[in-house]
Every structure is written in C-alpha cells, then in structure tokens.
Design a protein around this ligand. Structure first.
Ligand SMILES: Cc1cc2nc3c(=O)[nH]c(=O)nc-3n(C[C@H](O)[C@H](O)[C@H](O)COP(=O)(O)OP(=O)(O)OC[C@H]3O[C@@H](n4cnc5c(N)ncnc54)[C@H](O)[C@@H]3O)c2cc1C
Length: 405
C-alpha cells in the first residue's frame, strides 16, 4: 500500500454534498481532498429542480449556474381529472443542468483551496486508531483525520463502514432531457415555465414530472418502492414511453421532438439510522437525505454538506474524531430537515395509497389558500410554522366535503 498524501479531511464524491462540504471546510483553512470517480464536468440523473430555499441558504449560487426559473406548478391526480395549480409573480423554483451546476460547485470549492482529483475511484476505507485510510483504484492510498462519504445512493463508504446501504429502499426513475429551441419553449410554456407533476401515472406507485428549462425539457417518471417484495412486474421503460406518448398526445410538451437518450437513476427513500462513525460522516444520498414527496435531494445534500463541514472543523480543532463527538452532525441535520423529511414521507404514503390521490387533489383544488400554504412550506421549509395550519384547514375541508357542504 502506497500512501501518497495526507489531508485533514478526504471527501469521497464531488456531487452537491461533497462539493459543499469541501468549500466550507477549505474556507475554514482545513486541508481537504475532494475526489470523484467520474471526470468532471459529469452528468447526474436528475430533474434539476432547485427549491427557492436552496437559493436563499446558499446565496453564492450565481445566475451562471441556473438555466431558468419556474413561476408555477401543476399537480395532477392519477386520472388527470383533478389538479391543483399555483402561478406566482416570483419564482417558485430554479432549474439547473446538473453537468454545469455540479461542476460550478466543485470550481467554487477549488477556488476556496480544495485539492480536487477526478477520474479516480475510492475502493476501500480503513479506520485506525490514529488515522483513516482511503484506498484508490489506481493502487494509491490517502490518509486523513476524517472521511466524508458523499458518494451517492450506492455509497461504498456507507457499506464498508457498516453504517448501512439503501437497497432495497430505493426509488427508480427513467428520464430524458429533450433539447428544443428556446423560442419553441417560450411559446409553449411561456417565460413562466410551469412545472408539472403527475401522481400515480397508470396507477404506478410514484410520479412523473415535466421540468421545462431554458432550452430543454426534463421529462421523467419514477417508481417509488418501499421494499423489494412490493416490486411491480411492469417495465419502467414501457411506462416511460407510454408517459411520453401521453404528454405529446395532450400537447403537454411540444409535439415535435428529436429522439433523446433515456437514462435511469435511483433515489434513496429513507435516511440511514446512523450517519456517523469513528472518523466518518455520511452526507447527501449516501446518508439517504432525500425528500420523498418532492424528490428534492440537492437542498438536503448541500445543507448536510455544510453541517458535515462545521462538525469536521470542530473535530479537527479539538482533536476529537470519535463517533461520540461526530454525532453532533446528526443532531444538526435532524434539527434542520429531519422532521420535514418524515412529514413529507407520511404525506406521500397517504397520497399514493389506494386511489386517495383522486379525493385529496379534488379537495385541495377547491381551496387555493391551502395550496398556497403547502407551496410556501415546500419552498421555504418552515415546517413547524405551517404544518398545523395546513392540517386544520385540510380537516375542515374534509369534513365539509363529507357532509356535502
Ligand atoms: C431521476 C432523478 C431525478 C431527480 N430530480 C431531482 C430534482 O429535480 N431536484 C433535486 O433536488 N433532486 C433530484 N434528485 C436527487 C438528486 O439528484 C440527489 O439527491 C443529489 O444528486 C444528491 O447529491 P449527492 O452529492 O449526495 O450525490 P451525487 O450527486 O450522486 O454525487 C455523488 C458523487 O460520488 C461519486 N462517487 C460515487 N462512488 C464513488 C467512489 N467509490 N469513489 C469516488 N467517487 C464516487 C459519483 O461519481 C458522484 O459524482 C433526482 C434524482 C434522480 C435519480
């Protein structure tokens, strides 16, 4: 084993979680190595929808990293007979192209002092009393005080450290980024670029989306599985083509499209019980930090990256790198978005069970105020403030509907 260099922190994976952790650590003067198995700029399966709360929290995300903004959203029930809609004067979300966005975040980390190595895969991790060692596929090894596993849904660091793995608790998606001339999209979607979501398309437990960006439309469909045994037999490929055909037939996307490349991707559905161990922290998809209702993973990945950076900097300063000290990290992210994840998971289950989505979307479509409250909660994340207002209003809607009022 050849140890080639040593760092304070080695971060495996340069997606939004890893790049954010690297940026904040480097700004604090910590010596960081960020590594990724892919050559950057690299693509990542994603809808590329970024919530407004992410832009507020990470105000250094510049306009150059954003493709376009969406000023509205529409959610359809599975029969498409009912829908709820919001149209605002200000953006409800930003759309990004992941290849450019992730590369931009890495560049910011490098500017802050991070050493970045791409095209090199971490294959193993060893935790010793005095240091951590990460082995690379080129035969080299790097040592550090701490390791951040930001290596995505199939995290090697999570698996090898015994913190767990997500299989079979993953959702699977197929999507395509269809290129169009900007004027075609301006005409079809207007500058408002309304986002569309289709619950339980053809009854499949999950949802489809349409995200119209500046010069492409990201179209995808995801199936949310909660256990291996509940897997459905249909082919996701067939479902995707049926969905695309439906969108074209109903002119929900411009009908003339050039054949694109369909890609697959996976989403974690639950956070791991433990996201820290001696000398190790996990963040982003590696930790299962994902909003199962909205598919919003970038916000949690970046937020967790920031919390991991804060915790690592404290650990290094106080020379405390054991699990007990690093548990602060889990407290930080749980206090910030743990409740939100749980609540959104419950709402998703409630919406997708049986054909409840028909009833709930029909009810919600009658009360714009509750829809606006839901949107504010989703985009601003102030869950404690909004959840009881929403529950009270929903119960009153439900009761009024029950008595035919
Ligand atoms: C189809 C689809 C649509 C989605 N749509 C949205 C959306 O619209 N909005 C949203 O917010 N989220 C969306 N998500 C979720 C979002 O993509 C993820 O939550 C987010 O990318 C997590 O960031 P991350 O940094 O944790 O991991 P990733 O972005 O997955 O980055 C992990 C990195 O680790 C690297 N890596 C892995 N293993 C190793 C190794 N052994 N050695 C070195 N490097 C390694 C990978 O190359 C990768 O670059 C979507 C996901 C999918 C699959």
């Amino acid at each position: 084993m050849k140890i080639v260099s040593s760092y304070d922190v080695v971060i495996v994976g340069a997606g939004p979680a890893g790049a954010t952790a690297a940026k904040f650590l480097s700004e604090k003067g910590v010596k960081v190595l960020l590594l990724d198995k892919n050559r950057f700029p690299r693509d990542k399966p994603c809808g590329g929808v970024l919530s407004v709360k992410t832009l507020k929290r990470f105000s250094y995300i510049s306009e150059e990293l954003i493709s376009s903004y969406s000023f509205g959203g529409r959610i359809y029930s599975s029969s498409q007979n009912h829908h709820i809609e919001v149209q605002l004067e200000k953006p409800i979300a930003a759309f990004v192209v992941r290849k450019d966005f992730d590369h931009g975040l890495v560049q910011l980390a490098v500017k802050s002092g991070t050493s970045f190595r791409d095209g090199v895969s971490a294959t193993d991790i060893q935790i010793l009393k005095e240091k951590a060692i990460v082995r690379l596929d080129n035969g080299d090894s790097v040592e550090s005080e701490l390791v951040i596993g930001a290596d995505g849904v199939w995290s090697m660091i999570a698996k090898k450290s015994g913190l767990g793995q997500h299989y079979p608790y993953v959702g699977r998606c197929l999507y395509e980024e269809i290129p169009y001339a900007q004027n075609v999209l301006d005409e079809h979607f207007t500058k408002k670029r309304t986002f569309q979501m289709y619950l339980k398309f053809r009854g499949v437990y999950g949802f489809g989306w349409v995200a119209p960006k500046k010069d492409c439309v990201n179209v995808g469909i995801g199936e949310i599985q909660s256990t291996g045994s509940q897997r459905t037999k249909h082919s996701l490929q067939e479902l995707y083509h049926e969905y695309l055909h439906f969108l074209k037939e109903h002119k929900l996307i411009p009908t003339i499209i050039s054949p694109g490349k369909t890609q697959g991707g996976f989403l974690p559905l639950h956070p791991l019980d433990k996201t820290f161990a001696d000398r190790i922290l996990l963040c982003g998809d590696a930790a299962g930090q994902m909003n199962p209702l909205t598919g919003d993973g970038i916000h949690y990945a970046m937020s967790a990256g920031k919390f991991a950076a804060d915790t690592c900097a404290m650990a290094i300063e106080s020379s405390k790198t054991n699990a007990s000290f690093l548990s602060k990290y889990q407290t930080l992210w749980k206090n910030d978005f743990g409740e939100e994840m749980k609540l959104c998971g419950r709402v998703l289950k409630m919406l997708l069970k049986g054909n409840r989505d028909e009833k709930y979307i029909r009810l919600l479509s009658r009360d714009q105020q509750i829809v606006d409250l839901l949107l504010t909660m989703a985009t601003e994340g102030r869950i404690q403030e909004y959840q009881w207002k929403i529950i009270r209003r929903f119960v009153s809607l439900y009761v009024r509907d029950f008595f035919g009022l």
